[in-house]
Design a protein around this ligand. Sequence first.
Ligand code: NAD
Ligand code: MG
Length: 478
Amino acid sequence: MSPIFEYAPAPESRAVVDIAPSYGLFVDGEFREAADGRVFKTVSPSTEEVLAEVAHAGAEDVDAAVAAARRAFGPWSALPGSERAKYLFRIARIIQERSRELAVLETLDNGKPIRETRDVDLPLVAAHFFYHAGWADKLSHAGFGPDPRPLGVAGQVIPWNFPLLMLAWKIAPALACGNTVVLKPAETTPLSALFFADVCRQAGLPKGVVNILTGDGSTGAALVAHDGIDKVAFTGSTAVGKRIARTVAGTAKRLTLELGGKGANIVFDDAPIDQAVEGIVNGIYFNQGQVCCAGSRLLVQESVHDELMEALKRRLATLRVGDPLDKNTDIGAINSAEQLARITELVDSGEAEGAVRWSPACELPERGWWFAPTIFTNVTQAHRIAREEIFGPVLSVLTFRTPDEAVAKANNSQYGLSAGVWTEKGSRILAVADKLRAGVVWANTFNKFDPTSPFGGYKESGFGREGGRHGLEAYLDV
Ligand code: NAD
Ligand code: MG
């Protein structure tokens, strides 16, 4: 199916944000170089252009940041909740005011479409700060006793797929509950966290309450192993999560882990097909499929398989892959060469193991890292593409005949982060959702996020919840 009209280019201006040639670490309210002077570069995944040079924090810098957070903890936790709330409200409003800058910066550093950073990431980031600002003076009514206390200094490590949103999920509840933080963003996407450091200064946040250390896995490892922290919060791969759990075991540190997923999106034969197609697309092609809760396994009732696949393929042919700064782009760049290699390796295994691969005709830009939206049919539960997290725009399609079979197949995974159910029967939604071992179950929708709603996993998807009243527990001594 060829489009009737060509789209004119609709680029967002990158001039709205100033990117400095180099950035320091944010420690004790100041930007400073790494103690040993190390730096690394961050690039734009869609052009491979170097955006900036960033300080690489080592052990000495981790010491300094943890010490700053410790000094700040006493006064910060002693503030009345209503005073802490004022800072969080201020941060939320500054983020709203500067959201265009932040959206462009995030798109440049991460490669995701501006349509998503502008319409999804940034509004959610602001919402998380507003929501937790509201909790700061109501903690004694949260169901954790009359005067729940903060834990102390939190060491937080986040991934690259939603850089600023994951920062918000970590920092907003920590601060609302009276903790101070040292946060390490991912090495491929440090810039929005450093911009956030500037937002903290603009908001007049007391120095040391938020510290940002840029660096790679070695920086993260030094942070989570540091004796001076009371709490570790990690979002990232299951492999690294397991390593962190071993590091923290036997210490008094509290731990929450948000890890990988292999979400099942279940379509029953009575589902509205067109709506389901939109939900499937949103479930696996949103953010190039680099989403921990992506609906990467489609389970279709056998009787509607062919009809659904036809409709889905028609829809995929209309997705626009390309310049993430273009407002009409649906699918942007893959975050890094390493991630692209991981996707490619798993997709090759899918073909080798006998699944049928399909992609719409689409031209990929020459520079940068790209992967065409892909569907695998004839997938069995034994295939690697049905079991392992691909973290890319690749959908594995399996079929089922009965609701019991759907549930059994959905739960046949080492992961348990998300699932979707598509059917017009409310009773079936409730019955199936009840049996799914997934932290979040969406019904007739997918990838909907809200700060009031707790998010987290079962099994190897991790433990602990972020968001909602439940998420506060991770930052309170209860
Ligand atoms: P990753 O685990 O390699 O890296 C995540 C972060 O951990 C980065 O900041 C990295 O520098 C740091 N890190 C690496 N090694 C470390 C170590 N030994 N100790 C401490 N920190 C270390 O993951 P990734 O490839 O960057 O991100 C993709 C993965 O993250 C996917 O598996 C995805 O499912 C998962 N993820 C999960 C969620 C969730 O909420 N459950 C959200 C986003 C991403
Ligand atoms: Mg980058």
